[in-house]
Design a protein around this ligand. Structure first.
Ligand SMILES: [Zn+2]
Length: 470
């Protein structure tokens, strides 16, 4: 399995420390508003990453954090706290906002059929541990205090610029006006923020003799230390995390534990909509609910994403989503055709083969896994599926489902198709008899009934098959 490692800027063979517990951390959402499709893209890509690991016999052990405190509207340690902003907007408490949007986020995760992490780690559940990390940084002399918080002194970590290839001299000159005069270096960042008297900030903890709250980057270093231990095998996030958030995580973890944070770093690119950044101010936000309202499923969106590559910027258009939906429908119909052509006995055999994992269905399986092993080249895997579309057996489809979880060919779907098949077979028989008797009225009536249910019949040499239409 080869992956592009941001830390070395090279395609490298992925070798975890322990194949039975591959420590994997991906930065989670800030839970203060409804996520848009761009927010979910990273999790769709990392789901494929996790499933590819599993196809290679590795056992991923993944943690996702939920940022419910400390993420300010700007990356530069100023601006409003995002949770406070959400609470103000909706007239709720910050805790209610966090609970609500955690639920919303998880619902989307389920809709997309993504693997749950071993643990959803909520930042506010790690406050004591976060404080201990700050104390370590203070003790190891990596910090200084200003009137508004405890800052990490990036000049004390000479490798600070390495990860993102930062030009710190340039940053210093350019940002002289922009950063608080109390900061020693433009790149310094808050590990802990103080709450000034009179300042409204509902989430607060007494630490270092006054009320405050953790800096945003801190939770990732804390949770990784507590749940996984440095260095982890793989850390993933968006490319926007490289210059600030991940660079700061690396600095903190080194400052506190003198350890490298992660061996592999993966970063996915942005999603744009009609060529523009997704933002509230542009009014172009699209949510999973919007997709559903326009007749698309979460699987259509996933399939569209997997047609491209996680390191490329992806431009979302409704036309392209419609094309992806057509491809999904074509695959689903190829699957249901094979399903109908497979005897009941062999269908149930598929379940047994899968649960015992004993069957090797050689060539196709190997080819498709090789494709995703090449830095998650799902587009190449999709080309293979198209190429072999009419020859794929049920077991071949289970490889497709195991990697992409598109919800068109799993065991649950088999039960659904079985039911449908049981209902349709008598109708198909009745229609064929009517046609033989030249009773076209009855035959047409059956066709129209099925059409109303988005189903159609296809007469082939081997008999009549039912298919989905949209
Ligand atoms: Zn993070």
């Amino acid at each position: 399995m080869k992956l592009f490692n941001t830390a070395t800027k090279k395609l490298e063979t992925f070798k975890p420390q322990n194949p039975n517990k591959v420590t994997f951390y991906s930065c989670g959402p800030t839970v203060y508003s409804t996520p848009h499709i761009g927010n979910y893209a990273a999790y769709v890509y990392w789901d494929l990453l996790e499933r590819t690991m599993m196809a290679n016999g590795l056992k991923p052990y993944r943690i996702i954090n939920l940022t419910d405190v400390g993420h300010l509207t700007s990356d530069g340690d100023d601006g409003e706290d995002k949770l406070e902003k959400g609470a103000k907007r909706e007239g709720k408490t910050v805790w209610e906002i966090a609970d609500h949007y955690i639920d919303v986020f998880k619902t989307g995760f389920e809709k997309l059929n993504l693997l749950e992490p071993v643990k959803w780690a909520r930042a506010t559940d790690y406050i004591k541990e976060s404080e201990a990390l700050v104390e370590k940084l203070i003790k190891n002399d990596f910090t200084y205090e200003t009137s508004d918080g405890v800052y990490f002194d990036t000049s004390k970590f000479p490798e600070y610029k390495d990860f993102a290839r930062l030009d710190l001299d340039h940053q210093k000159a350019g940002a002289r006006v922009a950063f608080s005069s109390e900061k020693r270096n433009a790149s310094d960042f808050a590990v802990w923020k103080f709450i000034k008297p009179g300042e409204l900030h509902a989430m607060r903890w007494d630490f270092l003799g006054r009320p405050g709250y953790p800096g945003w980057h801190l939770e990732c270093s804390t949770i990784i230390h507590e749940e996984l231990g440095e260095p982890i095998d793989l850390h993933a996030g968006g490319i926007d995390h490289i210059p600030v958030h991940h660079t700061n995580e690396i600095a903190q973890s080194f400052g506190a534990f003198h350890e490298k944070l992660a061996n592999f770093w993966l970063h996915c690119n942005f999603l744009t909509i009609n060529g523009e950044k997704i933002s509230k101010s542009l009014g172009n936000i699209v949510t999973l609910e919007d997709l559903e309202q326009k007749g698309f499923s979460a699987s259509d969106f996933k399939l569209w994403l997997y047609q491209g590559h996680y390191r490329s910027e992806r431009n979302f258009t409704w036309e392209d989503l419609a094309a992806a939906k057509n491809r999904r429908l074509k695959w689903q119909n190829a699957y249901v055709a094979r399903f109908q052509q497979t005897s009941k006995e062999n269908r149930s055999l598929r379940g047994q083969m899968l649960s015992s994992d004993g069957e090797k269905f050689a060539t196709f399986k190997q080819q498709i896994i090789s494709a995703v092993n090449d830095d998650l080249n799902s587009a190449a895997a999709f080309a293979l599926i198209d190429e072999n579309l009419n020859n794929l057996q049920l077991l071949d489809w289970s490889v497709v489902e195991a990697l992409f979880a598109l919800n068109i060919s799993n065991i649950d779907k088999d039960a659904e198709y079985e039911k449908l098949d049981n209902r349709l077979q008598p109708l198909i028989k009745k229609r064929n008899e009517a046609r033989e008797n030249k009773d076209y009225e009855t035959a047409d009536k059956i066709r129209d009934e099925l059409k109303a249910q988005n189903l159609t019949l296809l007469d082939t040499e081997e008999g009549t098959l039912w298919q989905f239409t949209d």
